[in-house]
Design a protein around this ligand. Structure first.
Ligand SMILES: NC(=O)c1ccc[n+]([C@@H]2O[C@H](COP(=O)([O-])OP(=O)(O)OC[C@H]3O[C@@H](n4cnc5c(N)ncnc54)[C@H](O)[C@@H]3O)[C@@H](O)[C@H]2O)c1
Length: 556
């Protein structure tokens, strides 16, 4: 079956197979939670139907009848979509069952050593009787079952070694593989192509949920040379590099991959130099593209390298965080940090392609997912009241990472940012509006040594400060400020930084690069969907707003 087989695409069913004790229930539950799908277990269906535990069904009715019931349960459960189905350990024995699973979804074999399965079974044996491996020779019988079934398990589309990683990590791994296999592609969601022109560069953003396997086509359309230099980080790499390598090779490319440690500290001269050395060692040429696969850290560093290696080589962004997709991969700002400050070395360099697959967001850890929403909330607050209303209307479901909703919001935010960037590439005018929340946010990051708050979280608190300033100056109604606060809270973003030293932060704000002629510049909303820039804000008002957010919740 090919990676993007139409029989599979859009069917939204995952069948988990493997020995008893391989983790089908726990990993299956977690995967379903992350996908926002339901989870079912064929054993539970049998137990419910027969009114007794499955072990007892096996003993009372015999294995032949049990296998029949198993097949019936499989067919019944596969009537549903958006479902993860854990199958009984012996489901794969029947060729008919194996064929049915292959044709109706993605089959995933959860591999575990016999010893591991045995140990896990001992831990759960009180709850689940397992007659096939009961008695003194249980361990040996499990070994025999494994020897007999292994070849069938291995027919699965995907195999996952459950010996390495937590259940959360394994569920994310499963999703990343499903994505790379084209399995999360949804034919009913439109692919959006957003073209833009900046200076003499024409470029495009492609937005397609689950569209990762189509990346090769997009790269071919740009007529890049075969060799591609992919830069990623350790966390994204653990999930995606292997699939990415296979996917690009199948498309006729020769990818070389460089992995930096995940985290802001890698946006440094050290990795700039190491990657340049790597490119030189490989004699990378002018028509060979650099591809950034990761969040803003990878994108910024890889983009800067692309801008200066051989005076510029083609650059492709594949942003894998929400922040990357709606913000950092767009607009051409690249660079890395200096020991004395963030983003002090950099350039403006436009990618030839920004390939946005919102399904990457499924594997994002919660805190980083929430952080990404800040940018979207910010765009809504200063530029787009309709987006703000849309977010408010969907507050209860945003955490579900729903494909249609997420894709439409991501595409809308991208169009908005690209409109602004096209009218103000170098950040002299309108683009400054996007600095909403930065005056306080950047200072907060700086005085906490970039260690306490994620960037987006600091900006969220900065938005709260700016809204308070705007209300105090009579520019924004208190009701609209409250709507912003509610939105940020519903997105599980912070709006306070209790215990922060007020004088220290005010001093740092005063030194920020956005200060002109000694006066702090503030982007302040005047209503939802609109903001203006001010540099005549009364210092007492600023102090009052800062004091308010630096107080603890109960002191408010
Ligand atoms: N160039 C710009 O215009 C611009 C704009 C805003 C921010 N930035 C920069 O972006 C950086 C922050 O970007 P970020 O928030 O994307 O951080 P990041 O790149 O550090 O990614 C956050 C974490 O998420 C992990 N991750 C990424 N994608 C994942 C996925 N799909 N599944 C699981 N884990 C995943 C990463 O490994 C990392 O640990 C900062 O350096 C900031 O200065 C740049």
């Amino acid at each position: 079956m090919s990676d993007t087989d139409p029989r599979v695409a859009g069917m939204q069913r995952i069948f988990l197979t493997g020995l008893p004790g391989s983790g089908k229930t726990t990993i299956g539950h977690r995967t379903a939670d992350l996908l926002g799908w339901s989870f079912v277990d064929t054993d539970d269906v049998i137990a419910q139907r027969m009114g007794m535990p499955t072990g007892q069904v096996l003993v009372e009715y015999g294995e032949k009848r049990f296998r029949q019931l198993e097949s019936e349960a499989l067919h019944e459960l596969a009537d549903g979509v958006r479902v993860v189905i854990a199958t009984g350990g012996g489901m794969v024995i029947s060729e008919t069952n194996r064929k049915f699973m292959r044709e109706n979804g993605l089959t995933v074999y959860l591999q575990a050593l016999v010893d591991t399965s045995w140990r896990r079974m001992q831990e759960t044996s009180v709850q689940i009787a397992r007659p096939l491996v009961a008695g003194d020779n249980g361990r040996q019988r499990l070994q025999d079952l494994y020897a007999a079934r292994r070849k069938w398990y291995e027919e699965a589309d995907i195999q996952i070694n459950t010996e390495e990683g937590t259940q959360n990590e394994l569920a994310r791994r499963l999703i990343s593989l499903a994505l790379a296999h084209g399995y999360l592609f949804l034919p009913f969601l439109p692919r959006e192509v957003i073209k833009f022109h900046i200076g003499n560069v024409s470029s495009q953003v492609i937005v397609e949920w689950g569209g990762l396997p189509h990346l090769g086509d997009a790269l071919h359309a740009l007529e890049f040379s075969e060799r591609l230099f992919v830069i990623t980080d350790s966390q994204v790499g653990a999930l995606y590099t292997q699939s990415m390598q296979t996917l690009l090779e199948r498309a006729g490319f020769q990818p070389h991959i460089f992995t930096i440690p995940a985290g802001e500290a890698s946006k440094s001269f050290k990795y700039f130099q190491q990657i340049i050395d790597w490119l030189v060692e490989h004699r990378a040429e002018r028509r060979e593209a650099i591809v950034a696969l990761g969040g803003g850290v990878v994108g910024d560093l890889a983009g800067f390298i692309a801008s200066c290696y051989l005076r510029g080589v083609p650059f492709v962004q594949i942003p894998t965080t929400l922040l990357g997709q709606v913000d950092s991969a767009l607009g051409g700002k690249t660079g890395f940090n200096h020991a004395l400050g963030k983003n002090l070395i950099g350039s403006y360099y436009q990618p030839k392609l920004i390939y946005v697959d919102p399904a990457f967001i499924l594997t994002l850890p919660e805190r980083i997912y929430s952080e990404g929403w800040v940018e979207i909330a910010k765009y809504a607050m200063v530029l787009d009241d309709k987006l703000f209303t849309l977010l408010e209307e969907n507050l209860d479901t945003l955490h579900l990472r729903d494909p249609a909703l997420l894709t439409s919001i991501v595409a809308r935010a991208i169009r908005m940012k690209m409109d602004i960037v096209q009218s103000d590439e170098l950040d002299f005018g309108l683009r400054n509006i996007l600095n909403y929340g930065h005056t306080f946010g950047h200072a907060l990051e700086a005085i906490t040594d970039y260690g306490t708050w994620l960037h987006g979280e600091a900006i969220s608190i900065g938005m709260e400060v700016a809204a308070r300033v705007a209300v105090a100056c009579g520019k924004l109604s208190p009701g609209e400020a409250t709507r912003q606060t509610r939105l940020l809270q519903a997105l599980e973003l912070p709006i306070r930084s209790p215990g922060t030293d007020v004088d220290a932060i005010l001093n740092t704000m005063q030194r920020d690069k956005k200060v002109r002629s000694g006066r702090m510049r503030w982007v302040l909303p005047t209503r939802i969907g609109h903001a203006e820039i001010y540099s005549d804000i009364d210092a007492a008002i600023v102090r009052e707003a800062v004091v308010a957010v630096c107080r603890g919740e109960d002191e408010a």
